[in-house]
Design a protein around this ligand. Sequence first.
Ligand code: SF4
Length: 292
Amino acid sequence: MVFSDLLTIWRNTGLEFSEIILAQEMMETGRDPVAVKRSLKYLMDVMLEEAQKNFGKPFKTLTGLTGNNAAKLCASKPRVLSEFNWVATVTALSMAESNAAMGRIVACPTAGSCGVMPAMLYALRNVKEADNEGLLKAFIVASGVGNVVAKKATLSGAAGGCQAEIGTATAMAAALMTYYFSHNPETVGHASALALKSLMGLVCDPVGGFVEVPCVKRNAIAVNVAIACAEMALAGIESVIPFDEVVEAMYHVGRSLPESLKETGLGGIAATRTAQKLVESIHKTLNSGSET
Ligand code: SF4
């Protein structure tokens, strides 16, 4: 089912949109909506727990390419970022670095993009004092947005570039914030479309194939894109292109990308001279470690 079908059901029934998404999941998979809601609540709680535990912490990652970014931003007083954006940015860095250090994360929609949704959830709860029930409904709506992309396109960087991974996470986070404040699925569609369009064409180019550079910082940028897109949609700004068509366009762009820009580590910033030198030195260090 595409997003416009979900909107049609909502317009015809006026049911709570998160319930429509759960009912749709039951139609497609046969899963009990109560059980699906329970597992989504569990995932949301894990994200919030890990965000709380990891906020601004330093990490030791396999390559050492990342691990100190969240701690640095946490120790630095923001000059222009609002408290909300700053908390979201620190959280996104923390979760993405925790992933690089083999910490517990929820792949949402993938491990590489695991920082974006917790960042939005944590900032809403801690800065805006969002209530759990409202957050859960918004989280279910965001998962419905992710499901549309999964069914109609791809969530994989190897198949569609980073636009499919972090782009989808950004659309989901924009949906989450928008639904929390508006309860309006049409506004959610605009926010998600604005977000996915903003990251259209983003290539997957991890240095050495490690999910660290540019992945960690991209999570942080992405949550700020999501916040801006949600604010625009909440202000009544509409996406000229509907969400479903943006998803289709993203899929076609992903198919058109060369293999070097789809998680092979051969293109984009992974192909720069500095990246290649770093990878050589990381491999030397890792090999010497395994020989001792
Ligand atoms: S660059 Fe590739 S590996 Fe890194 S987050 Fe994006 S899609 Fe995932």
